[in-house]
Design a protein around this ligand. Structure first.
Ligand code: BEZ
Length: 386
């Protein structure tokens, strides 16, 4: 009996060590995304874009991908990051959608010295006062996307604005950046509200207050399920005519603009990507994505794709362990679907174009008409010490 148990144990040990040897032969990638909650569709889209880049690289056999669901909850995100790093021994983490979740995992990632490629969460502090040589962001910062829109709206005749956004880090940072840009241009913010995040289903009371203000326009940030509900209710309230709706482009993302329908028509926003960008790199990306998914890619797909492509480029330099990957990531630069992109070595945030686009209807389909391009938008150092 003892012999049988001993040999069974030995077999199990051999299997375990064979498995861990196999896992350590590959680069273990911890994919940290929300698969539930208001940002669930964003997580799935980022994963799709990431896998597209890995498959396209011809290096898929070099990576072992372990997925974890952060939901949209900072403590859950932190617990999953710890599990991926301490238990699964991930060589690199990729993902994060919510600024709140990024804020929660930042100190752990920095302390554990594990490279993190941020594929969405715009938390401005993560590439500012709370920057880290282990955090490289290929998506955007909340300030970067919204700051240029202040000047653009002023130049287009808007003088007074009312703001609305969810009450968490991203909502505050996006509105603060827009406000700075708009006031610097000469505009005035006449009021604003932060709505309870993940809890607001009925925007009616907030829309009533916005409607009663003497604003020329409303500027907002909402994304995912909240963006769908907000844009539909704004239209149903009949506000669009009197107070045109502006925002950061997540508001009318191609990922869910179909669910918003005609309510999204005429909404003008700023973002680092639109699937209608007329470049060879984008056309190629859109065509492959469309063949796979039967629809146009969103900014979330592109962010996942650029996270995957940056990882591949870093590995091509010979980097395979945590330290080497962290060092290689900020050196990656190329012209991709969104245009030229490179990482600012002072902050590890991406430098990229910001596009102003209007959602229009063409041949019975909602699409994105690019109205303007602000080139190579770069954040300030904002207290970052690398
Ligand atoms: C954020 O929390 O940083 C965020 C979430 C969804 C879209 C854009 C930003």
């Amino acid at each position: 009996m003892n012999k049988i148990m001993t040999s069974a144990l030995l077999g199990a040990t051999l299997l375990a060590s064979a498995q861990s040897a196999a896992a350590s032969d590959k680069i273990d990638v911890g994919l940290l995304l929300p698969y539930g909650g208001v940002y669930a569709s964003l997580g799935k889209e980022i994963e799709g874009g990431f896998m597209q880049a890995i498959e396209e690289s011809g290096m898929a056999d070099k990576f072992n991908i372990i997925k974890e669901d952060t939901e949209v909850k900072p403590p859950v995100g932190l617990a999953k990051a710890r599990k991926l790093v301490l238990q699964d021994k991930a060589d690199v983490l990729v993902g994060l959608v919510s600024s709140g979740v990024l804020g929660a995992v930042r100190d752990f990632v920095d302390g554990a010295k594990v490279p993190l490629i941020v594929a969405n969460a715009g938390n401005t502090a993560a590439t500012g006062a709370k920057c880290s040589p282990y955090i490289t962001r290929v998506s955007f910062s909340n300030a970067q996307v919204n700051r240029p829109m202040g000047q653009w709206m002023y130049d287009n005749g808007i003088r007074k604005v009312y703001t609305l956004a969810p009450d968490y880090a991203a909502g505050h940072q996006m509105i603060e950046a827009f406000t700075k840009g708009f006031e610097a241009a000469g505009g005035k913010i006449v009021g604003g509200t932060y709505t309870p995040f993940r809890k607001t289903k009925d925007f009616g009371p907030y829309l009533t207050t916005a409607s009663a203000s003497d604003a020329d326009a409303v500027f907002t940030f909402y994304a995912g399920g909240e963006a769908i509900a907000f844009v539909k209710q704004y239209d149903a309230f009949g506000l669009k005519k009197d107070k045109p709706l502006y925002g950061s482009g997540f508001l009318t993302s191609p990922l869910y603009v179909k669910a918003q329908g005609a309510a999204a028509k005429g909404v003008v926003t700023s973002l680092h990507y639109a699937p209608t960008l007329d470049t060879a790199e984008n056309k190629k990306f859109v065509s492959v994505f469309k063949d796979k998914n039967g629809r146009s890619p969103s900014e979330f797909a592109v962010q996942g794709y650029d996270a995957g492509r940056s990882l591949v480029e870093a590995v091509k330099t010979g980097a395979t362990d945590r330290e080497a990957i962290a060092k290689a990531l900020p050196t990656v630069s190329y012209t991709g679907p969104r245009g030229p992109m490179k990482i600012d070595p002072k902050t590890n945030n991406v430098i990229q174009n910001i596009y102003v686009y209007e959602t229009i209807e063409m041949n019975g389909t909602l699409t994105q008409k690019v109205l303007g391009t602000i080139e190579n938008v770069q954040d300030g150092v904002n207290g970052c010490k690398m």
